[in-house]
Every structure is written in C-alpha cells, then in structure tokens.
Ligand binder design. Sequence first.
Ligand code: PSU
Ligand code: MN
Length: 302
Amino acid sequence: MTELHFSLEVAAALDEGRPVVALESTILTHGLPKPDNLAIGREIEAEVRAAGAVPATIAVLGGEIQIGLSDQDLTALCAFEAAIKLSRRDLGIAVAKGWTGGTTVAATMILAERAGIEVFATGGIGGVHRGAELDFDISADLEELARTPVMVVSAGAKSILDLPKTLEVLETKGVPVIGYGTDEFPAFFCRESGLKAPLRLDSAAEIAAAWRAGRGLGLENGMLVANPVPEEHALPRSETDRIIEDALYEAKRTGTSGKQVTPYLLSEIRNATGGASLRTNIKLARANARLAAEIAVVLRQQ
Ligand code: PSU
Ligand code: MN
C-alpha cells in the first residue's frame, strides 16, 4: 500500500474522532499568486480552526502523500516554483518519481477519502469548459465527484466554464448539487449565474443529514455544496463576464491547452481586475472553509 503521511495535528484529530476538513493545494501552487498564496493558505486553515475543526491541507511533497501540512511544509510548497499540478492521473507517477505538487479537487478527494476525511473545502471546482463539444475539455473533478464519497464545499464554478453543461454532467453522474441558502447556482466571483441550483438546503445540519442519509444507502458518489460568495465581496456580473470572455479569447489565441488552461485563465482574470478578483477569491475560500468546518462539526455530533 502506498503510504499516507499525516501531520501530528491531523493524525491526533482523526484518532480522537474530532472534526477534520480537507483542503486542496492546487489553489496554492497554481490558482493564487506568490507570495500571497502562503498568507491565504494560512487564513483558510485559521478559518477551519475558528469553527472548531482541524484543517488538513493535502499535497504531495517529494513523492510523499501528505495529509495535513506543518507551517514549514506549507511555506515551502507555496514558494516552490516547480510544483506540479496533480490530478487523479498523476498521483501514482508523482509518488514513484518523488515529485512535489499541489493536488486538484479530484486528487484531493481521492486522498481525503483514503485518509478517512469526509468534508473538503475549496474555491471552485473544474467543470465542462466552453467549447468542450469540440475539444473535449472536461475536468476530471466531475468524474471524481461521481465516484468518490467526499463532500466538496465550493463557491460554485467560474463562468470560465460552460456552467449549464457542467450542471448537466453532474446530474447525469448522480452528484447532488446543493445551493446553500440559495435557489441559484453561484458563479464563484458572482452570486448569480442565471441558473437554478438543482437542490437547496439552508443549514449545516441539513447538509450533514442529507450526506449521512445518502451514505447510509451505500451511495459512493460525492456531493457538491455551492456556497455563494458573501454579498459584500462579490464582483459585478456583467463586467466580470466581459473580463472572462477576454481571458478565454487570449487562451485560444496563445494555444493554451490541457492542464494549463485553468491556471492561465485564473491569472488573466486576476490581472484584468487589478487584484479585485484576488480579494474576492480569498473571501469566498474563507467562507467555504468556515461552512465546511461547521458541517464537519455537525457530522461528528450525529
Ligand atoms: N477553479 C478555480 N480555481 C482553481 C481551480 C479550479 O476557480 O484553483 C483548480 C482546482 O484545483 C481544480 C483544478 O481542481 O483547478 C481544475 O483543473 P482542470 O480544469 O485542469 O481539471
Ligand atoms: Mn481540462
């Protein structure tokens, strides 16, 4: 068996049955700019702790699968220029070759499940890209939500994606998509997408109960909780959509493809909004960490 390496804090929490929230690391290595990524990673972890759970940031360090990072590990990962973006397909080779990298939503779900962690907070998930009917660019995150029983708390998905097609695929794959306190599926930077959230729940306790009941039926799929960015930190929709259109055009023009697409679009949007998108990204990631921790706490009380 490929070994998992636990931080002391996470090992103790899991041992004692205390609530733990998994956090991904591609957001740190590829989604956010250096050196801000370190402070943001720490803030997200602090948010989980403030709500009474233990954060387990997951990454691969020198080929070792790490469940929970010491502050020293987090600092090193955030500064490492050569970090690799690791999804499901990359995990085996990363361990065999001794790579260091950030795990995507898909890879983090796999490792959280192996570690016995049910709740996971991120910013946004990958999905069906615009034009996927031609280039087949569909994130492995969707397939993972279909097959791995971990709850993912996100701010929905960015409109760099084709959101209607993303929701269709999630429906086909039997993934519950829960609007938290909203009837509308949120679009990451913006609270509105113009699309209805397939399901709606209004409290951490309701979400925890729905999760337990699904698991009690032996269902092995994950669940997506879509938590809209707090109103005061949301970006205006029409302007943001225009910036996203420009970023998509640039990606096409520069021939960006494969796993580079999402990081490329994120950095284009950040530059075009003069940092406003970064502030929003931090706020929503913190809000998701908070909600995930609340759910993890309720799950331990049931
Ligand atoms: N979407 C975001 N921010 C992110 C990502 C997605 O709004 O940082 C990252 C996540 O780690 C996600 C990954 O799992 O990108 C998806 O990449 P791809 O589209 O190549 O599957
Ligand atoms: Mn892709």
